[in-house]
Ligand binder design. Sequence first.
Ligand code: ZN
Length: 282
Amino acid sequence: MTRAPQDADARRAACPVICYPTDTLPAPPLERLARLRAGAGEVARHVIAPREARAFTVPAGHFFRIACPEGAQVGDLNLFAADDLSERFFSGKTRALHGSHVTTGARLWSCLPFLRPMATITADSLDWYGVDADGGRVHDVIGTRCDPYTHHLLSGQEYHHCCHSNLARALAAHLERAPQEVEHHVHDVLNVFMCTGFTRDTGQYFMKASPARAGDHLELFAEIDLLGVLSACPGGDCGAEHSSDAARCHPLEVTVLRPQDGTAEGWQSPAPNGYSRRHGAV
Ligand SMILES: [Zn+2]
């Protein structure tokens, strides 16, 4: 190991600076959205069976609620612009803007060059959890999704119900294509209900049993027309392992809700990012 320089402690003592201060971002109108939600009625309900995934659509200006109807279950969520699969959820930039875990008031941002809010979190029944003694928090944007390639790399075994495969199968069924033709659209997820963090000593990604119970939910407001795909992770509450049939799993439920008068008066979908895209080229 390289020997530490004499001023190592001084170098380590530099002050952290927030990479992306968010005070210039317009705050979501949560009170207005709460009023809109109060009058909203259910228009569709989708049940996601354990170790499976399902695609669903949510019109802009509607809400969708992801719930654990029967017990703790982690969900891996992908989001696309309904009319353009190239605009999809950008987990990494969402993390850079809002932190490693998201709750009410955070937005789920789309990838470059679009970089606009796809959805705003309007309610989170697990917001009381905060941060635990291990540094664990709920609903992360740090995990990628359990996938059969990493599983094969680490174990040499085949497993076909990882979230990546579930999402690929569900997207393929929605698009009437083969999973192999669409799996490149599957992207890093929002891990709904998952409790995760990084170990203090080695900085490794850890998971622990989700604190969710039957009835827990996360609600989001669709800022643009959305195609969502949600997988009920084979890890169940992710308290022991994933990528196997060993864990006890429960279904997930997605409910789409339409505001009473369509949507908020004067509300508009956010436009794609305003950067010129010239990139300094002459
Ligand atoms: Zn998973």
